[in-house]
Ligand binder design. Sequence first.
Ligand code: A3P
Length: 303
Amino acid sequence: RFTVIQEKEGEFFGPRQVLIRGVRLTINAPSTGKDLERDLSRFETRSDDVYVVSFPKSGTTWVQEIVWQILNDGRISEERVESRYPFLEKSQLFDRPGDESDGQKVSVTSRPSPRLIKSHLPYHVIPMSKEESKRSKYIYVARNPKDVAVSFYHFVQSFDPGSYFNGTWEFFVKLFLEGKNSYGFWCDHVVPWWKHRDEPHVLFLTYEGLKKDLSGNVRLISEFLEKPLSDEVIRKITHQCTFAEMKKNSNSYVISAYATKPNLLRKGQIGDWKSLFSEELNKQFEETFLTKLHGTGLHFDTE
Ligand code: A3P
């Protein structure tokens, strides 16, 4: 059921892409790809797990930091974000025989509750319990696809040449329009999560909404997490989670050893798509993505 995609363009997106239930994923190590779907299907969620989910480059890191600070009464962590939040589809989900011998259990399953988990999996792939009592909380963040594409492009080409992507913007965006990037076609990711937005265990946010009213969203998330906070703590978190403040706190974002430019907290703006889009490309994005949202009620203010 896994297809390792070896199309020519796949080489530009890292060495290994796999298809899991129709979704194109780039995976880290060859050993994780083969068993990922099986592991995901037997992975047990817990009622106190919190998943921060998104299509890549939509504000995941931002929401991860907000959620952590909410659950920790406005404290800033001294631990790196990647240790606080395992990345579900890129992590070891179960302990393997022998792992215990050095006393180090590293799997997501062996982590104590409450677990915070990052994922870019679509709704139909992410582990979710059918039993109400075991159902976790899922906070999904979406961003307008134009800014996503620009942020994604800067991200993939910020690594050492050749280690991830070394093509042009035109080539990248062609793949993006065809859904040949990791995690596939943008609409296929965002719309199903949007359709489930009213379920009690799902909170759907947008990057643009966070930019416009950060404190309102901090409050909304704290209510969703059933973690009431005083106005003072909400104000503190709002301040600490602005772009400028988060940038000062290097534990809040992943710093890859292979990145040659800042890539996770790059610009943090709405409308940066204008720096790379032609009029023609803008039309293509409107037709390919935004008109597909008509009738769903989901709208992005792309400026
Ligand atoms: P840009 O590349 O447009 O700057 P993800 O975490 O999903 O990879 O998303 C990364 C994007 O979110 C980057 O966008 C990054 O700058 C932006 N971002 C992260 N923290 C932010 C914050 N506190 N405020 C605004 N944008 C933020």
